[in-house]
Design a binder for this molecule. Structure first.
Ligand SMILES: Nc1ncnc2c1ncn2[C@@H]1O[C@H](COP(=O)(O)OP(=O)(O)O)[C@@H](O)[C@H]1O
Ligand SMILES: [Mg+2]
Length: 405
């Protein structure tokens, strides 16, 4: 099978998906806007052909270029796991008459208003919602929904430009900050705990599933720099508290007519047990969560995804052995990392349960914590018992400190 893989070298996880395709027997044709020699080694060594394009923004030119190449090179599938290229992938599929997601099927994964319309039609509980393109439109929507509300971009990511608004006065203060956003979703604010539901699908069947708990919920983690946010992949998916969310996940995948590859859904669980849909992407979760899922079961979902996409199966042992938490650290102070304290003691106390430490080294400039969830580094811990996992994760939160200056 010949697979055209868009952006095989970027973002950081893509080379491993590319290698996965090669490992399950596919010939991989890479397509990207960088020169072949600039690709990361893992991607480069997994490719059997390469198409360099001028710019991702000129989709017409790329579709033409691929059509030309397809005259002398068979292409069976087109894959993209990077959100900005999903529509391009769909356009190429349509131009070549290939199976996989069409443009019409892709749009609801990219546009949060279309997404909720599709799910409303399927009877799935979404937050009460409207889209708006003007300030008066937002005010009108808020009036219909009632405060508190959430205002967020229609195609946002990482909680950017996302606001909880408690009153009309607060809305008046926030509206000027949204001028650069062309279309927003205005939603009922759901007071709840927040989880993910992640899958790998093959031929419309759910072959793998995962649930992560966010601690705290992403919007709060983004408002307070001192917080070390955690994503916790849960070992026991038979927990009664997760069943309604998992059921909703199945219904959402069916309603979106999703067939092959990763999905990443977020859902809310209110104190009374009601579950409410959050959002869904036709891609793996970010912030290195694929690693987290791999650590839960000691598997390789980069290759597992490739097997699902190419052959419709996932033949690894998916039994869940651990809860696994990533803890993201933000340094105190600005500038460059000066010192890191506490890691030695944590290693002495919890060493066997700490499976990855990836912190910026001393001397490195801090990353912008508002733009990247991984912030100044991350630690990954795992343990068969959930309470113990959360305890270790909290200790990493409190006892590990990075200082910048
Ligand atoms: N209707 C809502 N009620 C409560 N919180 C919300 C709501 N919509 C979004 N949020 C908060 O904002 C965060 C980001 O919103 P989300 O729709 O997931 O966009 P993205 O992750 O693409 O930026 C969510 O994880 C959640 O914490
Ligand atoms: Mg989200």
């Amino acid at each position: 099978m010949n697979v055209l893989m868009l952006a095989p070298g970027y973002p950081a996880e893509m080379p491993y998906f590319t290698r996965g395709l090669q490992r399950v027997g596919a010939s991989v044709i890479g397509l990207a806007d960088q020169s072949e020699s600039a690709l990361p080694a893992v991607a480069l060594s997994s490719l059997s052909a390469y198409l360099q394009v001028d710019s991702y923004s000129n989709e017409d030119a790329i579709v033409d270029q691929v059509k030309q190449s397809a005259r002398h090179m068979r292409i069976d599938r087109v894959e993209s796991q990077w959100e900005p290229l999903m529509l391009l992938a769909a356009r190429i599929r349509e131009a070549l008459g290939l199976p996989g997601m069409t443009v019409a099927e892709t749009v609801p994964f990219r546009d949060k208003e279309r997404m909720k319309q599709v799910l409303d039609q399927a009877g799935i509980r979404t937050p009460h919602h409207y889209s708006a393109t003007t300030a008066s439109g937002v005010i009108e929507a808020a009036g219909k929904i009632g405060y508190p509300i959430i205002v967020k971009p229609i195609a946002g990511a990482g909680s950017a430009d996302t606001h909880r608004v408690g009153s009309r006065e607060e809305l008046d203060r926030i509206l000027p900050q949204l001028r650069h956003v062309t279309e927003v979703s205005v939603e009922e604010f759901i007071e709840a705990d927040e989880f993910t539901y992640d899958t790998v699908c093959g031929r419309g069947r759910i072959l793998y599933q995962n649930v992560c708990m966010y601690r705290p919920r992403p919007l709060i983690a983004r408002q307070q720099e001192w917080i070390s946010p955690q994503t916790v992949a849960l070992r026991d998916l038979s927990d009664p508290g997760l069943q309604a969310g998992i059921r909703m996940g199945h219904e959402v995948i069916r309603a979106m007519n999703y067939r092959d590859g990763f999905t990443h859904m977020e859902w809310h669980r209110k104190a009374d047990g009601e579950v409410v849909f959050g959002e869904i992407g036709a891609r793996p979760p970010g912030a290195r969560t694929v690693d987290l899922m791999n650590f839960v079961s000691d598997i390789d979902l980069f290759t597992g995804w490739a097997e699902a996409v190419c052959h419709g199966t996932l033949s690894q042992d998916l039994s869940r052995k651990y809860n696994c938490a990533s803890i993201f650290k933000r340094a105190v102070g600005q500038g460059r990392i000066q010192r890191i304290e506490g890691m030695g003691r944590l290693m002495a106390e919890f060493g066997p349960h700490i499976v990855n430490v990836d912190l910026l080294p001393v001397g490195a400039p801090r990353r912008n914590w508002l733009q990247t969830l991984t912030s100044d580094g991350m630690v990954v811990v795992r343990h068969p018992d959930l309470e113990t996992t959360l305890h270790i994760a909290d200790r990493v939160g409190t006892d590990l400190q990075m200082y910048a200056g």
